[in-house]
Design a protein around this ligand. Structure first.
Ligand code: SGN
Ligand code: CA
Length: 542
């Protein structure tokens, strides 16, 4: 009898947690192109991001967080469906229209009694479905005085800087628009830190005294990596002097100078003056320093990086510093705004019952290999930052689980953006559909280390031919070895041992001594393609 009572007490003591689990809210903040190298809880070498770090300090930081396809639209589609690109149908930005009639996590949460909202960048072409409220920017959105598409199909232009406006709208929905009787999911999707890194006017002068450290691989020649040799995302070679580095001269036309003018002239008179005053004076310095910039740029475009002359290197490094400074400014406004949203959630008494997630749609290159942009399965763009602040009861459950071991707030298991949907569903007490490719992260959040956790990740990138010229590829990563196959107009295999070669400079595929690792990784790749039903399997015999 005593024993039975003990068991009952144990069951009863679980009830409040189970019941409250039904009501957890989710605030999901996703930026665009924000990479771990520019977030101080991941990497302290460049800038400080105190508010983003606050989420990790109060909660968790994932050290092995990856995307399934390193590009905006596809990444968003993976996140919202919990499925790899070939299973949700949105494989690339250029030809896709997201099929909004399919099963999605927000729809399933609605069915579970949640109120759902989406604010900011959507980028999936069709109108959002599964949201009680949405207010999105068209396409990539604009940083200055941005237009928004409303649910009735009308467009309104808002005054101000996009990152601030998205946060205002998110807070307004949380405070005034939602049904406070219901648990909620809000997706706060920023355009920041997307190209061409236009700063908020008040931060124009930030980071101007900082010299950013050049990555060791800045002058990489891509030996042994055929697909990397033909990319067009090189700071020295491809970055537009006007559009990207903002060295604007009225009579100097570049491929993207008109595009640039259209963006900057969105600013109101006084702000436009402040903007022009700032960048014009930098342009004057630039012209004094590089009167021969046409010839130097020509050298950057035609020579191997390791062969650049000293003057050409100076121009390449000038472009790098401009890029880093402007990117850092855009992060600064973002960090402020995440802080503002966290303060709101705290003051509104919502943190106890809310999971707060911060991530990006993919990582980005900050000069590693000489690059900007993303797309490749190499670490900087395959990985994406992921930090979470847990609802109080869940945090307590975690602490109880980790009681003897201590909690360093780090999760080292391999996770992927297809896992968010199952996680939010399980957190809501809803059924996770069997056809989702991702798995719920809830056990990891609770401090468990499931023995059968995945030991490898699958990746597939499709957007070629397209801007930046990154060839199609798929691959597998097991935490140490990475096997990649570039295909379509190329047939090139790459294998890296990240333990020996963390910067992925030495493609060891086909080299003596790698036979065993290659066999194992090819087998694993095939296993994942079968598991996820990737039709590419029919095109290649592995
Ligand atoms: C735009 C950018 C590209 C970028 C893609 C995809 N060019 O086309 O540099 O790779 O978006 O980015 S721009 O001239 O318009 O700035 S994504 O994050 O949306 O996938
Ligand atoms: Ca992006």
């Amino acid at each position: 009898m005593k024993q039975t009572y003990g068991k009952m007490a144990a069951v009863l003591s679980l009830l409040p947690i189970a019941a409250s689990a039904q009501r957890y809210n989710v605030v999901y903040i996703m930026t665009d192109d924000h990479t771990a190298q520019m977030m101080s809880c991941y990497d302290r070498s460049h800038i400080q991001t105190p508010n983003l770090d606050r989420i990790a300090e109060n909660g968790l930081r994932f050290t092995q967080s990856y995307v399934a396809n390193s590009l905006s639209g596809p990444s968003r589609a993976c996140m919202i469906t919990g499925k790899h690109s070939h299973n949700n149908g949105f494989t690339n930005n250029e030809h896709g229209i997201f099929d909004g009639s399919q099963q999605t996590m927000p729809k399933l949460l609605q069915q579970a009694g949640y109120e759902t909202a989406l604010i900011g960048k959507w980028h999936l072409v069709s109108d959002p479905t599964g949201f009680d409220f949405w207010n999105i920017v068209p396409g990539q959105g604009d940083y200055y005085n941005p237009p928004f598409i409303n649910m009735d199909g009308t467009t309104s232009t808002e005054k101000g800087y996009l990152t601030n406006i998205i946060t205002d709208k998110a807070i307004d929905w949380l405070e005034n628009k939602r049904d406070k009787e219901k648990p909620f999911l809000i997706l706060v999707h920023h355009k920041a830190i997307h190209r061409d890194w236009l700063p908020e006017i008040k931060y124009l002068h930030e980071y101007e005294d900082q010299e950013f450290q050049l990555p060791d691989t800045f002058y990489d020649d891509f030996d042994g990596r055929r697909a990397a040799q033909t990319q067009e995302m090189h700071i020295a070679k491809d970055m537009d002097l006007v559009y990207d580095t903002k060295m604007y001269q009225p009579y100097e036309h570049t491929r993207l100078s008109e595009h640039y003018k259209n963006m900057v002239t969105r600013l109101d008179g006084r702000d436009q003056l402040a903007y022009s005053f700032f960048y014009d004076s930098l342009t004057v310095d630039f012209l004094n320093r590089f009167p021969d910039f046409h010839e130097l740029q020509n050298e950057l475009e035609t020579q191997k990086p390791s062969q650049y002359s000293e003057r050409a290197r100076a121009l390449a490094e000038f472009k790098y510093q401009r890029y880093m400074r402007d990117y850092a400014k855009v992060v600064k406004t973002l960090d402020d705004n995440v802080g503002r949203l966290l303060d709101y959630l705290e003051n509104a008494g919502l943190t106890d019952s809310t999971l707060i997630v911060y991530t990006s749609d993919q990582g980005f290159y900050m000069g590693e290999h000489g690059w900007f942009d993303k797309r490749f399965m190499y670490q900087e763009s395959f990985a994406t930052p992921l930090v979470m602040q847990l609802p109080r009861t869940l945090q307590k459950e975690r602490e109880a689980n980790l009681h003897d071991k201590g909690d360093d707030g780090l999760i080292h298991e391999m996770v992927q953006n297809i896992d968010y949907a199952p996680t939010f569903l399980e957190l809501a007490g809803a059924q996770v559909p069997a056809d989702m490719d991702g798995v719920s992260l809830l056990p990891l959040l609770k401090g468990e280390h499931p023995k059968n956790w995945r030991h490898s990740l699958y990746y597939h990138y499709y957007e070629f031919p397209a801007e930046h010229s990154v060839k199609r590829h798929y691959g597998v990563f097991d935490g140490r070895y990475k096997l990649i196959h570039f295909y379509q107009d190329i047939d090139a295999w790459e294998l890296y041992d990240l333990q020996a070669d963390p910067h992925e400079l030495h493609n060891i595929y086909g080299q003596p001594g790698t036979e065993k690792a290659t066999r194992r990784m090819r087998k694993e790749l095939k296993r994942l393609q079968l598991q996820y039903h990737d039709p590419i399997l029919n095109d290649f015999t592995l």
